[in-house]
Design a protein around this ligand. Structure first.
Ligand SMILES: C[S@@+](CC[C@H](N)C(=O)[O-])C[C@H]1O[C@@H](n2cnc3c(N)ncnc32)[C@H](O)[C@@H]1O
Length: 275
């Protein structure tokens, strides 16, 4: 898989994360839906995988979140007891994350940086998390190679992202962003051509000493028909973002057609290992 072309990358609106003010933790703003709809599922998944792979005390496990935004995921990771670091290119999102962690007495190290050039030494972290970010980056192969570089040998990379299928084009792009009858996200928040097929990410992982382990699909815990009804009610003002977000949440699915989550474990070939 290649770096995204300039033409395609110019269509994604990553600027929403740079707007001033707290867009992450205000309960009636679209980004806060991450907190109620998907965060519980991915925190549970990440914790299960981290405990399976790292047989050491949680307070000795170092976790880096790449693309941490306002800290919605990093905060839950820190609450489990892991040594938590978050990086993001957006200064205003980082300011929000720093303020919110301070208000909640959470020890999290936040730094400005991009996934393509991580500001850390090699072999620094036991775990790297990258959730809802891979489909936003300009150079995915570079991001995966940087994640592998900063992971310790035996460390785990956990991610979620969108699949590039006809179903995801209709649901995540047309319904959630473009068709006014239902849309809940700003247009160009996601660009379908930047979505990643599972086979593409598996190849990139293998090219970077990351042994792919599994993918799990993600879906709402209500029918798609019911979800369309709630989306419409939100679009015509009968439901607020918060009320909409309380109607359902994401759960594991056998289908990876729209979104999926997975993990890989770093393992250097024996002849390259330090000891
Ligand atoms: C949908 S948000 C996800 C935030 C966070 N991971 C969460 O789930 O709460 C996408 C984030 O990716 C960040 N981002 C965009 N391009 C990036 C890049 N090249 N490297 C790292 N992060 C990036 C954005 O600034 C934004 O905060």
């Amino acid at each position: 898989m290649q770096k995204i072309s300039e033409e395609i990358y110019s269509r994604i609106d990553n600027n929403i994360y740079n707007l001033e003010g707290d867009r992450w933790w205000q309960i009636d703003f679209s980004l806060n839906l991450i907190r109620t709809l998907i965060n519980p599922f991915r925190v549970g998944y990440a914790k299960k995988i981290i405990e399976q792979i790292n047989k050491i005390d949680s307070e000795k496990i170092s976790v880096l979140e790449v693309g941490c935004g306002g800290g919605i995921l990093s905060e839950e990771i820190a609450k489990i007891g892991y040594i938590t670091t978050g990086i993001d290119p957006s200064e205003s999102s980082l300011n929000t994350a720093i303020e919110h962690a301070k208000e909640n007495n959470l020890k999290i190290k936040y730094e400005k940086g991009i996934g393509e050039n991580l500001p850390f030494q090699s072999d620094s972290f036991n775990v790297v998390l990258c959730c809802d970010v891979l489909e936003h980056v300009h150079d995915l192969p570079k991001v995966i190679s940087e994640i592998s570089r900063v992971l310790k040998n035996g460390g785990v990379f956990i991610y979620d992202t969108f699949n590039r299928t006809h179903f995801s084009k209709i649901s995540a792009i047309k319904i959630l962003q473009e068709w006014k009858r239902w849309a809940i996200m700003p247009p160009n928040l996601h660009v379908w051509e930047m979505f990643i097929r599972p086979d593409e990410i598996i190849s990139l992982l293998h090219e970077n000493q990351l042994g792919w382990k599994e993918h799990r699909g993600i879906k709402p815990n209500i029918s798609y028909l019911k979800m369309l009804r709630y989306l419409h009610k939100r679009a015509i003002g009968e439901l607020t973002y918060q009320e909409f977000g309380n109607k359902f949440h994401m759960i594991e699915s056998r289908s990876t057609q729209i979104m999926y989550m997975g993990y890989a474990v770093k393992s250097f070939p024996l002849h390259l290992q330090k000891n």
